[in-house]
Ligand binder design. Structure first.
Ligand code: RUQ
Ligand code: CUA
Length: 763
């Protein structure tokens, strides 16, 4: 035990956890904890590498697809702490996504054939790039089930746009961006007729069914996809799978692999061998090699065909213009990943133990020399595998996806069947290390690992099965993301993270310093359009306007009241409530709902958003703020009165509080006492270097802003007191105290922060 203590201590010191700094935790205590919890030294080291102490932040931020949840999951690396879920294809109540008018408009962009589709199968997120490096501005993600693509702005982590693919019925090979995010690439999965709602029998698979790849034009300034400038390439009815954009020497080209180039049609119920047999019969499938830069020019020259109003370059044109080539790839491949320098393209075999590394230089040489081994059934030139291969490496069973390290020539490939990650050198074609993961890994991800400048350090294994790793929670089990340290020669497993929100397919992670999200909106902003909201008002401009049976309320929210506090409508009225959050303070979000009307809004500082409903049932419906925003949050409410037809008021006076002069005097005394506390806190704050702490400066500004709202209220309560109206005198004095409470709350928070962060006395 002694020996163990010593080792544990030296390990701790080696891990940089100086014990002197935390005198309260003795080495004996640590050893006791290890013993009591049955932890090994290896565990301790892993903990030290992943633990992010309270108040500290992660080095990387990961954006994970949320699979069947239709959302995006944001978490920190190395702590693996979940930071946010972003509603994308699916309504998300916390953010009011799908429950307020602006977000409903975004979701309606994803309607297909006039129908709402309120679920999605998100697969591959992609961060926008500048010169092939992640720039942290936008995130794109696809929906495999209903071929759609979404744009998320990383200034506020909100979904801004959903576009529907006009020619596919499913898609898998998206989202992947070109070097400067000129285009977002999306490839089909299951071949179907490209014309909308066209029926052809399966017997016409070869003639009438098609695959394809779409290049969505992205306008970075507007932060939106421009559908009219987007185009597609018609491809054979092979099952296009994943894509990647070229970079460096291969910039301007893109690569999409495929499987089921057998074009097999199953029918197990009719006694035919199923798809899984027929689609994996051949030893090779095809990698599609596409010159997208030239393709864009071909579209500009008017050589595309309009299908469903969308520009499609037909195969015939693509062949004639030299836009499209095929290369055999073994066998039922999955994953195509361009190396950081853009010179090599790695394709994994899925049913073959090899990964194949293709050389872009060799591909180009073959194209230039017109050296093709054959043509496929559609006349597309096929480059010989040996003429394009750089090397092939046998890694293990079920290789799927590849990511790159910051160290040259080092790659990591997931091995689904082996439940392992292989580390290998793709320049020399050597396996370097393997580590087991739990279990059945799909994608894997290194930090910025598909950009031109991978950051190395960590790898996350996205395992499809978790089996026995976590406390059981029923037959449907969480997914398992495992964090692996890749900084040394040997990979080291650090942490198991259950992900309980759909099956994530792919994750991308960016250096947290590159993200510059806002903390508030310019007052009156519609966050979904980034433009001024027509329903925005400032303090004092709140109003209710009734025109016929349409009632429009222009309301504001600020701690701790909603203005107005009563909304009166007649049954059957169509009600729109515009809400502006007047707060400037960080994290002072207010929520808004009306009982039983199925509306909800999340109104962050500065945001304006509207909820709309038909007041189709008479009665009394409280509305309230749904975020615990201050000590008086529960009082932040009002009543929606839905009056029956022909209703006439009978009694017009509200119940009184019977306040006396003594009550009024007591309230005034409370105000004076509280002011003394505020003054003492202010004296402390201004006695130290608080201006060196931006967070405190913001809190102080917010505190004075709250206190400023008491202006004129003293005269008001004294005026009522002079008239011996003790009710109004008392309540307006009480309102001063409400603002003082918020001021004091902020002041005390600032004081604690300063004390804990080593503020120094100033003269
Ligand atoms: S996929 S497990 Cu849907 Cu990206 Cu490969
Ligand atoms: Cu605003 Cu609670």
């Amino acid at each position: 035990m002694k020996q163990f203590n010593k080792q544990a201590t030296s390990l701790l010191l080696a891990a940089g956890m100086g014990l002197a700094a935390t005198a309260a935790w003795s080495a004996d205590n640590l050893a006791d904890v290890l013993k009591a919890r049955g932890l090994s030294q290896q565990d301790l080291l892993a903990a030290a590498k992943t633990y992010v102490p309270t108040g500290k932040r992660d080095e990387f931020v990961a954006f994970s697809s949320g699979g069947q949840s239709g959302q995006v999951i944001v978490y920190g690396v190395p702590s693996m702490r979940i930071l946010k879920y972003i509603g994308v294809f699916t309504p998300e109540p916390w953010q009011g996504y799908g429950f307020d008018e602006s977000s409903k408009k975004v979701l309606s962009g994803g309607r297909i054939d006039g129908k709402d589709i309120t679920w999605g199968d998100t697969h591959h997120p992609a961060i926008s790039e500048t010169n092939g490096e992640y720039d942290g501005q936008f995130l794109f993600i696809n929906d495999k089930a209903n071929p759609r693509l979404a744009v998320i702005d990383l200034r506020d982590f909100e979904t801004k746009q959903i576009v529907v693919n006009p020619i596919f019925k499913s898609e898998h090979g998206g989202a992947f961006v070109t070097t400067n995010t000129e285009y977002v690439i999306e490839a089909a999965q299951y071949p179907t007729p490209l014309e909308n709602k066209k029926f052809y029998p399966l017997e016409e698979m070869n003639e009438k069914y098609r695959g394809g790849v779409t290049y969505w034009k992205f306008d970075r300034k507007e932060g939106r996809i421009v559908t009219k400038d987007s185009f597609s390439l018609e491809l054979p009815p092979y099952w296009q799978d994943l894509s990647d954009a070229g970079k460096g020497p291969s910039e301007g080209w893109s690569f999409t692999n495929s499987f089921c180039s057998e074009r097999y049609v199953g029918g197990i119920e009719k006694g035919r061998p199923p798809y899984e047999a027929g689609c994996s019969a051949k030893d090779t499938d095809y990698l599609h090699v596409i010159n997208w830069k030239k393709a864009a020019e071909v579209v500009k020259a008017g050589k595309a065909k309009k299908i469903n109003g969308h520009d499609v370059i037909m195969m015939e044109t693509a062949i004639k213009e030299g836009l499209l080539y095929l290369i055999p790839e073994p066998k039922s491949p999955h994953g195509v990943d361009v190396s950081p320098d853009g010179k090599l393209i790695v394709v994994a075999g899925k049913l073959d133990t090899h990964v194949s590394v293709y050389s872009f230089e060799k591909i180009q040489a073959a194209i230039k020399a017109g050296k093709f081994e054959s043509k496929d059934a559609y006349g597309i030139p096929v480059i010989g595998m040996k003429d394009a291969l750089h090397t092939q490496v046998s890694l293990g069973l079920g290789p799927l996806h590849t990511q790159y390290d910051s160290k040259a020539c080092i790659a990591y490939t997931s091995l689904y069947v082996d439940s392992q990650v292989a580390k290998w050198n793709y320049c020399e074609g050597k396996v370097l290390d393997k580590i087991s993961v739990h279990y059945n890994i799909g994608h894997l991800m290194t930090m910025e690992g598909d950009s031109t400048k991978p950051a190395g350090k960590y790898l996350v294994a996205l395992n499809k099965l978790s089996i026995d790793r976590f406390v059981p929670v029923g037959p449907l089990q969480p997914q398992s993301h495992q964090l692996i340290d890749i900084s040394g020669d040997k990979m080291q497993l650090l942490y198991d993270m259950p992900l309980p929100l759909g099956e994530p397919h792919y994750v991308v992670a960016i250096d947290a310093k590159k993200l510059k999200p806002a903390v508030r909106y310019k007052v009156g902003t519609d966050s979904r359009t980034d433009k001024p909201h027509p329903g925005a008002v400032r303090a004092g401009e709140e109003k209710t306007v009734k025109k016929g049976n349409k009632v429009e309320v222009f309301a504001t929210l600020i701690r701790s009241h909603i203005t107005p506090e009563t909304i009166e409508v007649d049954v059957g009225d169509e009600v729109t409530i515009n809400l502006t959050n007047l707060e400037r303070a960080q994290d002072e979000t207010h929520g808004f709902t009306v009982s039983t009307y199925n509306v909800h809004a999340s109104v962050e500082p500065g945001k304006t958003v509207a909820v709309k409903f038909k007041a189709d049932k008479e009665g009394v419906y409280p509305y309230y703020c749904t975020e615990f925003c201050s000590a008086l949050h529960l009082e932040m409410m009002g009543y929606l009165l839905v009056k029956p037809k022909g209703w006439k008021p009978t009694k017009l006076t509200l119940a009184k509080g019977n306040y006396t002069e003594a009550d009024y005097k007591a309230t005034v005394k409370k105000v004076v006492d509280t002011q003394a506390i505020i003054d003492s806190v202010v004296a402390y704050i201004t006695s130290v270097n608080y201006k060196d702490f931006p967070d405190v400066v913001a809190m102080v500004e917010d505190a004075f802003d709250q206190l400023g709202k008491t202006k004129g209220l003293k005269e008001k309560h004294e005026g009522f007191a002079a008239k011996k109206d003790w009710e109004n005198a008392n309540l307006w004095a009480e309102q001063i105290w409400q603002y003082q409470v918020k001021t004091a709350d902020l002041g005390l928070r600032a004081k604690t922060y300063l004390e804990q962060n080593g503020a120094k006395k100033v003269k």
